[in-house]
Design a protein around this ligand. Sequence first.
Ligand code: ADP
Length: 438
Amino acid sequence: MPAYIRITLLYALFGIAWILFSDSIVDMLFSANPELYSAVQSAKGILYVLITSFLLFCLIYNEDRVLKEHEAEFRMLFMNNPQPMWVYDIETLRFLEVNDTAVSVYGYSRQEFLQMTIKDIRPASDLSRLTDNLAQRRRSIEHSHAWRHQMKSGEIIHVDIVSHQIHYQSRDAVFVVAIDISERIQLESERIKNQSLHAELEKEIVARANRDRLASMVSHDLRTPLAVIMSSASMLERYNARFDLEQRVRHYQKILQQSKQLNEELEEILLWLRSEASTSTFQPVMTNILEFIKSILIKFTLPDNPQRVQLISEEQRLLAEIDAHLFQRVVANLVSNACKYSADNTHVDVILTRKAEQLELIVRDEGIGIPESNLEHLFKVFYRAENALNVQGTGLGLSIVKEIVELHQGTISVESIEGEGTSFTVNIPLLQPVPEPH
Ligand code: ADP
């Protein structure tokens, strides 16, 4: 029961008992003697005041003692608390009290603290955030995170703050607990640093592995067409006079075909190296895709091409923003792969359609196909399917194609059945035609 109710109740009970019983007792004892009776009545009044004053004194004194004991306990908890704590004046922001931990952590003596305001333990750059925060102070317990406090030595620590508005020494004040979280922040930033170091390391490992594979590819695979060229050239040099026209033409054709192959592979390697070094520039311009693809297919539709390549489209005009220099690699690579991995006289279809706001380009062949288990790795750099190893190639083309398609905000997918054929589908956003004015 609160002290003010207890004191009032006791006082009221005593007063009522006095009124009810004191007169009847005096009447009973002194009514026979009227002179003594009036003296006893006066003495009774004085006695009433003395007893009630004493009663009040005892009650209030006792409450005061209990309060002081509580205060001493709280003060001990405050002073000896392992967390830095203080109380500051809400108007002047001056420290009114600080505990021992605050003194030892922050490096200021108690006297110094009591001359300072809470602004003096903030780095200058945090003062505006402090002012904003003080402007929206609430009465309830408030947790605010990631503050920076400056020690007397200049060192900065990171703290979480728990605060509560109180009444202290007849002023509106705020009680504050500062929880040092510097170690946590340090661990967190080290974790982030480690993560990015780890990512860089992984990137470096992949780059190194790619360089190694490139080196071994250049030293092995590019030697094959070179060996063919060199052997045909030396045969021609040595036996030119003995060869008939047909034999000579056969060797010239071999040289020409292998040189073309070598040239294509070198171009792929260069393109990949350039994109690895991120020097490639992406400059899309509005292009009529239909015309663009026709111009690329010219070299594949010549009569000497062993496969029958045809463009299938019902569209008249398909506009998209593409970087022609890069995007021609996509079409040329998909079509040349379709030819390379197909037998002579089979069909290669290049199908162009409009799908909602997308351009869909399908390159479909009737070639060797790709084993199902190889499909998921197909766009990885240097990856070659297991059934293609006896066909000349670098394993670079599709990874470049995918990169270029993604630069155009597009997607690429593949479907294939081994022994039956393969179909690559590219989707990129189309430009919407501007409506004709009425
Ligand atoms: P490569 O120089 O080896 O052709 P790519 O990156 O262009 O390199 O292709 C990667 C692999 O994907 C090829 O080695 C081949 O195994 C497979 N591939 C690509 N296109 C086809 C296709 N049209 N038919 C069958 N396999 C294909």
